[in-house]
Design a protein around this ligand. Structure first.
Ligand code: COA
Length: 376
């Protein structure tokens, strides 16, 4: 075969957990926890030795974020006011890990859509915001479960893991180091969300996505040409998680709230919107694409208001639901998987020659753009 060294997206796959939590269910559980906390600590609160907790509200969540529900791998345990954390039973080393399991499910769907045999794939990148363990790599476990002969590794760029993974895969194709690369993003965000924190308890959901990036010579019909990829990082503490392997060396261990997701949401909103909008416009110009002509934006799914502002700046007008599809209403923020879910669910109706943008942004800060055009 004559290799083109031109990367395309051949197919995508999605795994959605069966269970979903509505805002009503979430707020009922959170408020039960708050009532219990305030009752149990009434004396200390009255004496000024402890702060009382405030209830959450469905109206606030929907208005501030656009999120109405989220899928999770362990609903009952998350909603139990005495627990508020997923319960996932330990598995033996001979069983497939849960992150690998959902990653494999998404990967199989992508391979099936592309009509691709796992034996044709050269590499697996497990690109996600948290890994279940340091090693052996989740990517290698996924590679093994799929029967892929080649190489795999894990990469974590928080919410931008998938787009950074796509650029890495595209660079392998461009350089000729691989012909077919699976970028798998299993995001069990419920494990690092502080379900007891009023400011953020509604934010995340669980999911897994897979993107098959290949040399155009290998691609099935109607792939998406990758016209250009661009990555950007700017250090910020506004989204942070201090969980890590050195926690056990600290006197406090790994129990603190800072060992879970923490953010200054308003600052993130204000700082990331202009950074990402400018990055998209600059990259479009570099590629000779008029940003106003983009047929669809598959944006990171963190906040409906952020996406409204970014699309407006890029397209020059308020984007319709067709131009900037939303999935965060039912999936919430699924970290790096969000823009890929949007692409997966909303790309088949576009016509040959249509140009669009997959774009992620989040902790780091990190942002990634992948401009794509539907090929015939
Ligand atoms: N229920 C009811 N009220 C709540 C609440 C809740 N669950 N959480 C916060 N509030 C209150 C606050 O106490 C505050 O009250 P005050 O005005 O009396 O002080 C008010 O609502 C506004 O809080 P704020 O945190 O400023 O809300 P916001 O409008 O900034 O929305 C986010 C919060 C998180 C939804 C929003 O900032 C966001 O999505 N930012 C971007 C985050 C992002 O992209 N992160 C990337 C993650 S990977």
């Amino acid at each position: 075969m004559d290799w083109t060294h031109r990367p395309v997206i051949s197919a995508t796959g999605l795994f959605t957990p069966n269970e979903s939590i509505t805002n009503d269910e979430l707020v009922e559980s959170f408020n039960a926890f708050v009532e219990r906390h305030n009752r149990d600590n009434a004396a200390a609160i009255a004496a000024g030795d402890a702060a009382s907790l405030e209830p959450s509200s469905v109206e606030f969540i929907e208005k501030a974020s656009g999120i109405k529900a989220r899928h999770v791998v362990s609903k009952a345990a998350v909603l139990d006011p005495a627990r508020m954390c997923p319960q996932i039973d330990a598995r033996s080393n001979d069983e497939l890990s849960i992150m690998a399991e959902i990653g494999v499910a998404a990967a199989r769907e992508a391979l099936e859509h592309a009509g691709r045999d796992p034996g044709d794939v050269d590499a697996v990148l497990c690109a996600a915001s948290n890994m279940q363990r340091p090693y052996p790599a989740m990517g290698i476990e996924i590679q093994h479960a799929l029967g892929i002969d080649g190489f795999a590794f894990d990469m974590n760029v928080a919410c931008s893991s998938a787009t950074f993974g796509i650029q890495t895969a595209a660079d392998y194709i461009r350089a000729g180091n691989a012909r077919s690369v699976l970028v798998v993003s299993p995001e069990i965000t419920s494990g690092h969300l502080n379900w007891r924190d009023r400011d953020s308890h509604f934010i995340f959901g669980d999911v897994a996505t897979a993107v098959l990036v290949e040399d155009a010579a290998l691609a099935p019909t109607e792939p998406w040409d990758i016209l250009g990829t661009r990555l950007k990082t700017v250090f910020s503490n506004n989204i942070r998680n201090n969980f890590g392997f050195l926690n056990r060396a600290e006197p406090a261990g790994s129990a603190g709230a800072d060992k879970l997701f923490v953010q200054e949401g308003r600052k993130v909103f204000k700082e990331v919107v202009p950074m990402v909008a400018a990055m998209i416009v600059e990259e479009a110009e570099r590629l000779g694409i008029d940003p106003h002509s983009l047929r669809r934006l598959w944006l990171h799914q963190a906040n409906a208001g952020m996406n409204r502002l970014i699309s407006q700046r890029v397209l020059g007008h308020e984007a319709s639901a067709d131009e900037s599809p939303t999935v965060l209403d039912t999936y919430a923020n699924t970290s790096s998987a969000g823009s890929i879910i949007a692409f997966h669910k909303h790309n088949r109706d576009l016509a040959t020659g249509d140009t669009g943008l997959i774009c992620s942004f989040g902790a780091g800060y990190s942002a990634g753009t992948v401009f794509v055009r539907k090929a015939g």
